[in-house]
Design a protein around this ligand. Structure first.
Ligand SMILES: NC(=O)c1ccc[n+]([C@@H]2O[C@H](COP(=O)([O-])OP(=O)(O)OC[C@H]3O[C@@H](n4cnc5c(N)ncnc54)[C@H](OP(=O)(O)O)[C@@H]3O)[C@@H](O)[C@H]2O)c1
Length: 248
C-alpha cells in the first residue's frame, strides 16, 4: 500500500505512520512543521527500509490541488489516504475569536473533505483504494463543550458516510473511526472522566483492519456502548452532563 497520512507528526497520526512503515508501506507524511516530519521520515526509512516522503502544509491555509500535485508526483500509485489531523481548544464552549472558529472548522472538517475530494478520482481508479477518516466520540450528541470541534467532526463523519454510500459498488473502501480519549498532546495531560487509550493501541487496531468494509467504528470498542447511552439519555438528564473532550 502507498499511503498519505495527514496529521502524521504527533499522536495517532505518528503512531499510524510508524506502524504502517513497520508493515512495509510506502508513506507520504503531512503536518504543519517540516522540522517534526524530517526526523520521523529518516527514522522510518532507516528502521524499516521503506520510502517515506513528507511535506509541511498548514491545513488552515490549504491548496488541495497543490497538495495533490506534490503527492502524486512522488507517489503516482498512491492507494490510501488517512485524514487523522485534528485540533481542539478548551475555549470552544461559547463564543471564540473568528480565527479560532475558522481553524477548528478547517482542520477538523473542511480541509479533510477538500483533501479527500482532491484525491477521490485517483483513489477510485486504484484496484484497492482506501480512505480512512478519524473523528471523535464528541460528535455523537451535541453538548456545550468543544462545540465547533464536535460539529466539524460530525461534518467529516457525515461526508465519509456519504462517500461510502456513493462508492459502495466500487473497489474504494471508506472507513471512519469515532475515537475516544487518547493520551496525546491534544489531551494535554487533562483528567478524563473515562479511560484514555494509548495512540499506539488505536493505530494497531486501524492497521489490522485495513481490508474491512465496516463503515464506522468506535475506538476503543467500548465507546460504542457509552455513545449509545449518551444518544438515548433523556434531555432532562443529558443537559446536566459534562463529559469534557480534549482541548488545549
Ligand atoms: N486525543 C484525544 O483525546 C482525541 C479524542 C477524540 C478524537 N481525537 C482525534 O484523533 C485525531 C488525532 O488526534 P491526536 O490526539 O493524535 O492529536 P495531536 O497529537 O494533537 O496531533 C494532531 C496532528 O494533526 C496535525 N495538525 C493539526 N493542525 C494542523 C494544521 N493546521 N496543519 C497541519 N497539520 C495539523 C498536527 O501536526 P502539527 O503539530 O504540525 O500541527 C499533528 O500531526 C484527531 O482527529 C483528533 O480530533 C483525539
Amino acid at each position: 500500500m502507498k499511503a498519505l497520512v495527514i496529521g502524521a507528526s504527533a499522536g495517532l497520526g505518528r503512531a499510524l505512520a510508524q506502524q504502517l512503515g513497520a508493515s512495509g508501506h510506502e508513506l507520504f507524511l503531512v503536518a504543519s512543521d517540516q522540522q517534526d516530519l524530517l526526523p520521523l521520515e529518516r527514522d522510518l526509512s532507516l528502521r524499516h527500509g521503506v520510502t517515506v516522503h513528507s511535506a509541511a502544509v498548514d491545513l488552515a491555509d490549504l491548496d488541495p490541488d497543490a497538495l495533490r500535485h506534490q503527492v502524486l508526483e512522488k507517489m503516482p500509485d498512491l492507494s490510501a489516504l488517512f485524514y487523522v489531523a485534528g485540533c481542539a481548544y478548551n475555549q470552544d464552549n461559547g463564543p471564540v475569536p473568528a480565527g479560532v472558529a475558522d481553524r477548528l472548522l478547517k482542520v477538523n472538517f473542511t480541509s479533510g473533505a477538500r483533501i479527500i475530494n482532491a484525491f477521490l478520482d485517483h483513489l477510485d481508479a486504484q484496484p484497492r483504494g482506501l480512505v480512512v477518516g478519524i473523528g471523535a466520540v464528541a460528535a455523537v450528541r451535541a453538548r456545550g463543550d468543544n462545540m465547533i470541534y464536535a460539529a466539524a467532526k460530525r461534518g467529516l463523519e457525515f461526508y465519509c458516510a456519504a462517500l461510502r454510500h456513493r462508492y459502495n459498488r466500487r473497489p474504494l473502501t471508506v472507513q471512519f473511526y469515532r475515537v475516544g480519549y487518547m493520551l496525546t498532546s491534544m489531551l494535554g495531560g487533562s483528567e478524563t472522566p473515562l479511560p484514555a487509550a494509548a495512540p499506539e493501541k488505536i493505530a494497531a487496531h486501524i492497521v489490522a483492519h485495513l481490508e474491512e468494509d465496516f463503515g464506522m467504528r468506535h475506538l476503543p470498542g467500548w465507546w460504542f456502548w457509552v455513545c449509545l447511552v449518551l444518544k438515548l439519555l433523556p434531555w432532562t438528564i443529558f443537559k446536566r452532563l459534562s463529559l469534557e473532550a480534549p482541548g488545549r
